[in-house]
Design a protein around this ligand. Structure first.
Ligand SMILES: Cc1cc2nc3c(=O)[nH]c(=O)nc-3n(C[C@H](O)[C@H](O)[C@H](O)COP(=O)(O)O)c2cc1C
Length: 186
């Protein structure tokens, strides 16, 4: 697949099964993430892998956070929270590190967002499946603390990775003209 075809055909996949990316694939995924635009070369990102049994512990953390926010959360809601990380064999938590005052925080967050996208694109190049997910628990202090983030760190997403179950989705094709205009200043 050439680079443009890759960019034009990427789709998110939510039916992800074993096997998880192997060591060589992970190296390729993270190298792509480390090559994103980064104002001031701050490297304002890091990546936390969650797989195997740890996904159950992440599910427990999500359920605990939900209960902390809402003591009346139903058992169905708690069960759903527990099951969220089981939707793929590997989750990569993309963490923005906002420690430097040298560039605006928003630019560092954008760079971390690019890193999440790079993971998803690289997964496509490797014929793996991936989807970038968040949800309100991504911004929950109890979840951030449980995942080991410090006060200057934020979760920009959970990139779910695995093998696509079934056929790859077809990408929707949007009309470029609907999104692009000229500004002439006249
Ligand atoms: C910051 C961010 C957060 C997202 N969070 C979720 C999410 O929690 N759940 C979800 O189903 N899709 C989420 N998405 C959207 C999917 O990643 C994906 O883009 C969407 O399902 C459309 O599919 P496509 O990428 O194939 O066009 C999020 C996307 C972004 C950029």
């Amino acid at each position: 697949m050439n680079a443009l075809e890759l960019l034009h055909t990427r789709v998110s996949e939510n039916r992800l099964v074993e096997p998880a990316p192997d060591a060589a694939q992970r190296e390729a995924l993270f190298r792509a993430a480390l090559r994103v635009p980064d104002h001031g070369w701050l490297r304002p990102w890091r990546f936390v892998c969650v797989e195997g049994e740890a996904r159950h512990r992440l599910g427990d953390l999500l359920a605990a956070a939900l209960l902390k926010k809402d003591s009346t959360a139903s058992s169905a809601a708690l069960e759903r929270a527990r099951s969220l990380p089981l939707r793929a064999p590997l989750l990569v938590v993309v963490v923005a590190r906002l420690h430097s005052p040298r560039q605006p925080e928003v630019e560092q967050l954008l760079s971390a967002g690019c890193a999440a996208h790079a993971l998803v694109l690289a997964a496509h190049a490797l014929e793996l499946g991936a989807i970038w997910r968040t949800g309100e628990l991504s911004y929950d202090p109890h979840v951030m603390q449980g995942l080991g983030l410090d006060a200057q760190e934020r979760i920009v997403g959970f990139v779910y990775l695995g093998t696509i179950e079934g056929e790859r989705r077809s990408p929707p094709v949007l009309d470029v003209a609907d999104f692009v205009s000229d500004w002439t200043g006249a």
